[in-house]
Design a protein around this ligand. Structure first.
Ligand code: B16
Ligand code: MG
Length: 216
């Protein structure tokens, strides 16, 4: 059977979460807001605009739209500076074997990411040719946990939600997949992602028989 395998980007294909964190940390420091790795969990899978609002909320800082726009721009420029030297070495362990196996099995692959920087990251890491459809932060208006991003990906592939499988590292993303009626697979920490249907620490823990069972 042909299924749609929908991958989140940050934290699933590449570990860009650390760069998002560093870029947000600069803004937080500038504003005198404490911003820990734990706080950063709240931003995973969340849009750029919403992320800033969450950080400002942590520090109970109120700001004008003008200031917010300035910080959003600064954050993105800083984030992009970390991506300049990005190459295939930044692909997370076990991802390439799974992408290759899915292709061998003639399965459809899509990206379902909140990021507006998704395409250049796929290009730089050489993973772009694997994707039959790409839906990112430029294509949707409702952020995860709204299932829009994943539903649109499945639609572009002409596959029903119940025949779609989502790989996600964020709580909001797992919730989006579940709300969309898809099979949610958490990649990361079991406690954080307890709402996922299946859970793996990373892709090296996932064997081909697991993929076979999803396909058949
Ligand atoms: P950008 P994902 C998300 O990507 C990140 O997890 C989240 O931390 C980030 O704020 C969001 O993309 C927007 O990214 O600023 O590049 O548009 O995990 O949905 O692939
Ligand atoms: Mg993610």
């Amino acid at each position: 059977n042909t299924k749609a395998f929908i991958f989140d980007l940050d934290g699933v294909i590449v570990d860009t979460a650390k760069y998002h964190y560093l870029a947000w940390l600069k803004i937080a420091n500038q504003l005198g807001i404490e911003f820990t790795h734990e706080h950063n969990e709240l931003l995973k899978g969340v849009s750029r605009v919403r992320s800033l609002d969450i950080i400002l909320g942590l520090g109970k800082v109120e700001a004008s739209q003008e200031d917010k726009n300035k910080w959003l721009l600064q954050k993105n420029e800083d984030y992009l500076s970390y991506l300049v030297d990005m190459d295939e070495s930044e692909i997370l362990p076990g991802v390439m074997p799974i992408l290759n196996y899915l292709k061998e099995q003639n399965q459809l692959i899509a990206l379902g990411s909140a990021s507006k920087n998704a395409r250049p990251i796929l290009e730089k890491t050489g993973t772009l040719p694997f994707f039959d459809a790409i839906v990112d932060g430029n294509d949707v208006s409702n952020a995860k946990p709204d299932p829009e991003v994943f539903l649109l990906a499945a639609k572009l592939l002409n596959i029903k939600p119940e025949d779609s499988i989502v790989f996600e590292d964020s709580v909001a993303g797992i919730q989006a997949a579940n709300i969309g009626g898809m099979v949610s697979i958490g990649i990361g920490d079991a406690e954080t992602l307890h709402e996922a249907k299946h859970l793996f620490k990373d892709f090296t823990q996932m064997d081909k028989s697991f993929i076979d069972a999803l396909i058949n």
